[in-house]
Ligand binder design. Structure first.
Ligand code: MN
Length: 322
């Protein structure tokens, strides 16, 4: 997925200055961002009051929406650098193509993980024949310095570990939860897990006190650490927790994200994560000139042009609210 804002601002994030050094429960409301002609996404991260949770630096939820007799998702080829993209579907089907030559459909329960390293380009689209409903999450993980200049990579995982308890089923999408580890290659200690709760669920997920965590609902409502959470907000939980109580009166589903606070300071702009304005400006120049990112073949349409660079130049500062 691409950040489809027509004039995105540079965002400074990362650094430990914005990390809550204790358990907190901050509600972060989603905002609607148009994605092409047919889709609106709910953006949870980055937010003015909360840029990251661990290395997770971007979180969009799309749908559930009917795509009957509609094209569905149409995200033309676009570049990424300095991050991993996590594509996680709740309903529907998406076809990924990238500049390494991969063409990979995904359906719910499967993971597409793309590691940009220094640079990759990809497109995402609903196949011509697609299921009636589209619903999913797109997340980005910031790469640490030692991985961000490395080679690009793409992984598809159709078989992910599942942790179960009474009326609870947690799929470990990336990282590790309760002793179960996803086979996906990540570059910092983190977790991303899809947790399905049946009616009457009351459970405690083990957490790491050194991790920051956040929860976003994908369906229904749940009690999360004693707070009632619905689909309209993300709940940032801070650090210092050893467990997370989850309750549900009716069936509900949520995504838990967490990780070691990301100590490096970042500048994000459009689809790039760098360390400075010059980093993201160089990536923009390379995309405009047809360098670095390669070519995505097979997508029926032109690549996305980069939006104009903002006039305001940010330094990486790494504090929420800057
Ligand atoms: Mn993308």
């Amino acid at each position: 997925m691409s950040n489809a804002e027509p004039a995105p601002h540079e965002i400074a994030c990362g650094g430990t200055g914005s990390v809550a050094a204790k358990p907190v429960a901050d509600l972060i409301p989603a905002r609607d961002v148009p994605l092409g002609r047919y889709t609106t996404v709910q953006r949870f991260l980055p937010h003015r009051d909360r840029r990251m949770a661990g290395a997770w630096c971007f979180l969009d939820r799309y749908g559930p929406q009917s795509v009957i007799a509609l094209p569905g998702m149409r995200v033309p080829p676009h570049p990424h650098t300095g991050l991993q993209t996590v594509s996680w579907l709740l309903a529907g089907e998406i076809l990924h193509r990238d500049s390494l030559g991969n063409t990979q459909p995904i359906v719910p329960g499967q993971l597409n993980l793309m590691t940009s390293g220094h640079g990759i380009a990809h497109s995402e689209e609903s196949p011509r024949e697609h299921p009636p409903t589209l619903h999913g999450l797109q997340l980005w993980i910031a790469l640490p310095e030692e991985a961000r200049h490395g080679p690009a990579r793409f992984e598809h995982h159709g078989d992910l570990p599942v942790v179960t308890a009474d009326r609870v089923r947690a799929t470990v999408v990336v990282g590790e939860l309760d002793g179960a580890r996803s086979p996906a290659v990540v570059h910092s200690p983190l977790v991303g897990a899809d947790v399905a709760l049946d009616a009457g669920a009351d459970t405690r997920l083990p957490l790491r006190p050194d991790f920051e965590y956040a929860v976003v609902m994908v369906a229904g409502r749940a009690g999360v650490a004693g707070d009632e959470l619905g689909v309209e907000s993300l709940l940032y939980l801070g650090t210092g927790r050893t467990e997370l109580r989850l309750t549900a009166e009716a069936p509900a589903r949520l995504f838990l994200l967490g990780g070691e606070p990301f100590a490096e300071k970042l500048v994000m702009w459009w689809n790039f994560v760098g360390r400075s304005h010059e980093d993201v400006a160089a990536a923009r120049d390379d995309w405009a000139a047809g360098r670095r990112f390669g070519v995505v073949r097979g997508y029926d349409g032109d690549p996305l042009p980069a939006p104009p660079l903002p006039a305001t130049r940010l330094k990486a500062r790494g504090r929420a609210g800057d």
